[in-house]
Ligand binder design. Structure first.
Ligand code: CP
Ligand code: NVA
Length: 313
């Protein structure tokens, strides 16, 4: 099926992949969505280790269900079972895991810790969200944008406007956009911009595909968006800052007036979970232009594609 060999690769950041490879993952996800039964033994006998330091609905359920649908098995393990790097070193955990399982998906606070695990372990390591990046989310999101806006071939030249915190989700949307030729504008309150190095790296990556990645503080920049995207104002681990962040981000709420400004062709996207009434109103989240549950569904297909391409064989 695959034209490109991604076997045994880690997926920590979309910036580690070529534009053709990112397209390949999404095209494989589209095939998996259309023909799920064709791949039901593709990972027979394989095991995925799933490690969570933070809560999850979508990531946990879609990776585990994805492994089942591909004929394999997933192990759910949380920090309360033994925090990696505390109960024993990250490197020792990596050297154990590689002798038992065929891949590891991890949701950690520290991106550096995940990088170390991936550097030591010989098996594919998949990023299920760190404080810095959420690449599987971005893959599902661009699959969704393609689904409703003219297919994968129709992605180059589209414009996604992310409104809110310059966080892990924003970083991965910028990276995915850069690789797929999708222009990404991040609109955020001053002081909440994406990481400067990540922005520069995405802008550089975008030179290859024609994608322009930029950051604005003015909500007027939403005009003409193909997709308006938002995420929570306080990410997991920032709960203590929620009240202060509420004051800063409130003017950046995605409501009907913002969608009107974006234009009638614009769809609404959110990685979920949503804090309804904060970053998005019910009116927008539940409108016909909202594709939030298609995004959630595509987590399953996009991650099955990642597992198939990195763990098969
Ligand atoms: N979007 C997302 O990653 O959801 P969960 O936190 O529920 O996994
Ligand atoms: N930025 C959010 C994304 C949740 C899927 C967080 O890190 O909590």
């Amino acid at each position: 099926m695959s034209q490109l060999d991604l076997a045994q690769r880690d997926l920590l950041s979309l910036l580690d992949f070529t534009p053709a490879e990112v397209r390949e993952i999404i095209e494989t996800a589209v095939q998996l969505r259309a023909n799920p039964h064709r791949y039901q033994s593709a990972l027979a006998g394989k095991t995925l280790f799933m490690y969570f330091e933070k809560p999850s609905l979508r990531t946990r359920v879609t990776f585990e269900t994805g492994m089942t649908q591909l004929g394999g098995h997933a192990i759910y393990y949380t920090a309360s079972d033994g925090k990696i790097g505390e109960r024993e070193s990250v490197a020792d955990v990596a050297r154990n895991l590689e002798r038992w399982v065929d891949g590891a998906m991890c949701r950690t606070f520290s991106h550096e810790m995940l990088q170390e695990l991936a550097d030591v372990a010989s098996i594919p390591v998949i990023n299920g969200l760190t404080d810095f990046l959420h690449p599987c989310q971005a893959l599902a999101d661009y699959q969704t944008l393609a689904q409703v806006k003219g297919g994968v071939a129709g992605l180059p030249g589209r414009r996604l406007v992310y409104i809110g915190d310059g966080n892990n989700v924003a970083h991965s949307l910028m990276a995915g956009g850069a690789k797929l030729g999708v222009h990404v504008t991040v609109i955020c309150p001053p002081g909440n911009e994406p990481d400067a190095d990540q922005l520069a790296a995405c802008q550089k990556a975008g030179e290859e595909t024609g994608a322009k990645i930029d950051v604005q503080n003015d909500m007027e920049a939403v005009a003409g968006a193909d997709a308006v995207y938002t995420d929570v104002w306080a990410s997991m681990g920032q709960e203590d800052e929620a009240a202060a962040r509420d004051r800063v981000f409130r003017p950046y709420q995605v409501n009907q007036a913002v969608m009107d400004k974006a234009g009638e062709e614009s769809i609404f996207m959110h990685c979920l979970p949503a804090h309804r009434g904060d970053e998005v109103t019910d009116e927008v989240a539940d409108s016909p232009r909202s594709v939030i549950f298609q995004e959630a569904e595509n987590r399953l297909h996009a991650q099955k594609a990642v597992m198939l391409l990195t763990m098969a064989g």
